[in-house]
Design a protein around this ligand. Structure first.
Ligand code: NAP
Length: 249
């Protein structure tokens, strides 16, 4: 049976584990050749070992030289990038009064500058080819603000805004840019939330109308849709996947 991404090449940052790894596995099952990048080398190699369609490269998204070499590497091996997921990210929790500039900048550098560098180095390659789908991973924290998440929220609002600018610049060249806004997703990052660390998962789940935390593969299915030609004409749009959480109950 034909895969939904047959013949396509995908690049996914932060793909060693969590949502990025789920996306890599699903994309590979659907026929894509996938390059995952991350700073967690052993997790990245382990994810790549699960499929002969997935390859791992070490890549810190805050480092522009590494972006240049990753993009060159993918183009040398595969000739093109059809789908790109700006996925790498970190979460840090701190009240504003005790948030250090160092911690704020760490989050901004990875979550915001990392996404900017991805747009800067992958966008033009896709524009030159005349097609491509860029998927920026924001969050429902890029639409609301929760106590203790100032740096994270600032970075995710920025990702939402950068998506609109990139969409306007790249659309005339046939490249689409959309953002995904996950709610609570079962990955290692989720376990950094204070409520989960303190064993108060039930309290959090009560705020989700659909009544449960999502699995990473559920976000991967949305990313698959956006990477595929099925989402042709969807551009500059915010895709919320949160079980209804931000609509509130
Ligand atoms: P995850 O399992 O922690 O995956 C994120 C990956 O990015 C990790 O492997 C992480 O490695 C890596 N990374 C961190 N800094 C990096 C850097 N400088 N360069 C390259 N890779 C780096 O978390 P996830 O839930 O899959 O997160 C994926 C995306 O979804 C993130 O953008 C996150 O903000 C977003 N998101 C997650 C949730 C959720 O509930 N899980 C909700 C909304 C949005 P380290 O271990 O070194 O950090």
């Amino acid at each position: 049976m034909a895969g939904r991404l047959d013949g396509k090449t995908a690049l996914i940052t932060g793909g060693a584990r969590g949502q990025g790894a789920a996306e890599a596995n699903l994309f590979a099952e659907e026929g894509a050749t996938v390059v995952i990048t991350d700073v967690l080398d052993s997790d990245g190699e382990a994810t790549a070992a699960g499929s002969d369609r997935i390859r791992y490269l070490h890549h810190d998204v805050t480092n522009e030289d590494e972006w240049i070499s990753v993009v060159q590497d993918v183009l040398e091996d595969h000739g093109k990038i059809d789908a790109f997921i700006n996925n790498a990210g970190i979460y840090r929790q701190s009240p504003i009064a005790s948030l250090s500039v160092e911690e704020y900048m760490e989050v901004i550098n990875i979550n915001q500058v990392g996404v900017f560098l991805g747009l800067k180095h992958v966008g033009p390659v896709m524009c030159e080819a005349g097609s491509g789908s860029i998927i920026n991973i924001s969050s429902i924290a890029g639409m609301r603000g929760g106590p203790g998440s100032l740096a994270y929220s600032a970075s995710k609002w920025a990702v939402r805004g950068m998506t609109k600018v990139a969409m306007g610049e790249f659309a005339p060249s046939g490249v689409r840019v959309n953002s995904i806004h996950p709610g609570l997703i079962e990955t290692p990052m989720l376990h950094q939330l204070p409520a989960i660390e303190q064993g108060l998962t039930d309290q959090l789940v009560r705020r989700i109308p659909y009544g449960r935390i999502a699995e990473a593969v559920e976000v991967a299915r949305l990313a698959l849709f956006l990477a595929s030609d099925d989402s042709e004409y969807m551009n500059g749009t915010e895709f919320i996947i949160d079980g209804g959480m931000i609509q509130g109950i």
